[in-house]
Design a protein around this ligand. Structure first.
Ligand code: DGP
Length: 114
């Protein structure tokens, strides 16, 4: 999608610090980190929100979570613990309308979230 920031990161129009890439997924450092480790993990397919996923997206969504797990291990946050966040729609704080997981670690997280 031509106006999507994350699609521009995928196609290289906007630079990013890439953590992982394959034909379906991209992971990169968040530009405004809220934790010592803050990686954004996205499908290359443009899906605006969790409300828009289809059965056919199940495989790539599972791959996003498996990749979050392996990046957490690589970043050495797996043992202490980490948080996966997916904001859906404005009430949850979604600001970029290309579905993404935040992988957060390196500090203590509280519950309930803000
Ligand atoms: P959300 O609020 O859940 O939609 O999260 C969007 C995240 O995307 C937010 O934490 C900041 C990050 N972000 C937005 N624009 C850019 C960018 O151009 N580069 C990078 N690396 N991250 C971005």
């Amino acid at each position: 999608m031509e106006d999507c920031i994350f699609c521009k990161i995928i196609n290289g129009q906007i630079p990013s610090n890439k953590v992982y890439e394959d034909e379906d997924l991209l992971a990169f450092e968040d530009v405004n980190p809220v934790a010592p480790t803050h990686v954004v993990i996205i499908p290359k397919k443009h899906i605006e929100t969790l409300n828009d996923i289809q059965e056919e997206d199940a495989g790539v969504l599972a791959s996003l979570l498996l990749r979050a797990q392996s990046i957490a291990t690589e970043k050495e946050i797996a043992e202490d613990g980490y948080r996966i966040v997916l904001n859906c729609m404005p009430g949850a704080g979604q600001s970029v309308y290309h579905i993404h997981f935040h992988l957060l670690g390196g500090r203590i997280f509280h519950w309930p979230p803000g």
